[in-house]
Design a protein around this ligand. Structure first.
Ligand code: SF4
Ligand code: SF4
Length: 104
């Protein structure tokens, strides 16, 4: 696969048609603080980031000056561990980028 783009111009690992996509552990929930109920919820007995139109609820998509899109994590310093563990350029990153983008 090609070298990874800048995460700001990719966002693939923050988007999915799945509802149970980004796992939120107890520590993650605590770290999200007052934003936890707005951004995360329980599905059964496990918590996940809420998904909105195929994107994590914490993702902000902005128009870039060149007409493309930029993908910002609005809770970057407090993002769940699974997001921290996904290293840009890793096999997991490649797998995320190989998935078709969800319909918006
Ligand atoms: S970690 Fe990989 S999949 Fe995620 S935004 Fe960065 S380049 Fe894209
Ligand atoms: S919490 Fe941030 S890094 Fe993790 S999936 Fe959501 S927008 Fe992406």
């Amino acid at each position: 696969m090609n070298p990874p783009p800048e995460c700001l111009r990719c966002g693939a690992c923050c988007r999915s048609p799945a509802t149970a996509f980004v796992r939120v552990t107890g520590d993650d929930w605590s770290r999200l603080g007052v934003d936890a109920p707005r951004l995360a919820h329980f599905l059964g007995n496990r918590a996940f980031m809420r998904m909105k139109a195929g994107s994590c609820a914490a993702l902000e998509i902005r128009a870039a000056p060149d007409g493309g899109a930029e993908f910002f994590c609005t809770v970057y310093d407090r993002r769940p561990q699974v997001c921290r563990d996904l290293a840009r350029g890793s096999p997991a990153c490649e797998g995320e980028r190989a998935r078709p983008a969800p319909a918006e």
